[in-house]
Design a protein around this ligand. Structure first.
Ligand code: 5GP
Length: 188
């Protein structure tokens, strides 16, 4: 059986990464979502075990010490990590696994698994990003300001680190998803 592809989707908060990943899950054959662990509090719409595994910092650090993560990162004061076991198992079963992770994690995946496909999603403009973050109403105004400030750094890191092979601007969801599906099918 052929090994599946590991696909990393990164991009600043509010670029539409989650909508893109949801479409990819519907449209890419044998695609599976990697459920991350996080120490951040649950938000409206979160389902434990589906959007994330919500764990406390002690538990997270224990898992990390036991080598159970493919990558980990701290983002705005909270820890995030991709469980290694399910990703490894999915790939061995020929499934394509989708990781929606931030750039520090993207860099670790690039170093450990250079054969992975790493795509960075850009907003059309910073103004659009600001409007999208405000529109989704899941974070306080203060958190939105932090996420917006973080966005600049993430875009800079994504460009300078060289760990993303592809940059896609998400203006229209359907067009973006098609572009990403083409990138995936052309990658060996
Ligand atoms: P949120 O708190 O909005 O769900 O996620 C914040 C950021 O953490 C987003 O950029 C998201 O892609 C990223 N993220 C989610 N899970 C992981 C993970 O397992 N590892 C890393 N490195 N980043 C993650």
């Amino acid at each position: 059986m052929a090994t599946g592809k590991l696909i990393v989707i990164s991009g600043p908060s509010g670029t539409g990464k989650t909508s893109i990943c949801n479409e990819l899950l519907k449209r890419l054959p044998h695609a599976r979502w990697s459920v991350s662990c996080t120490t951040r509090p649950m938000r409206p719409g979160d389902v434990d075990g589906q959007t994330y595994h919500f764990v406390d910092p002690d538990e997270f650090l224990k898992l990390k010490d036991r080598g159970e993560f493919l990558e980990t990162a701290e983002y705005l004061g909270h820890l995030y990590g991709t469980p290694l076991g399910p990703a490894r198992q999915a790939l061995a079963q020929g499934e394509n696994i989708i990781l929606e992770i931030e750039v520090q994690g993207g860099k670790q995946v690039a170093d450990k698994l250079p054969e992975s496909i790493r795509i960075f999603v850009l907003p059309p403009t910073m103004e659009t990003l600001k409007a999208r973050l405000a529109g989704r109403k899941t974070e306080s105004e203060q958190q939105q300001v932090k996420r917006l400030a973080e966005a600049d750094g993430e875009i800079g890191f994504a460009r300078d680190s060289g760990c993303y092979q592809h940059f896609v601007t998400n203006d229209d969801l359907n067009t973006t998803v098609k572009e990403i599906l083409d990138i995936i099918s052309l990658s060996q």
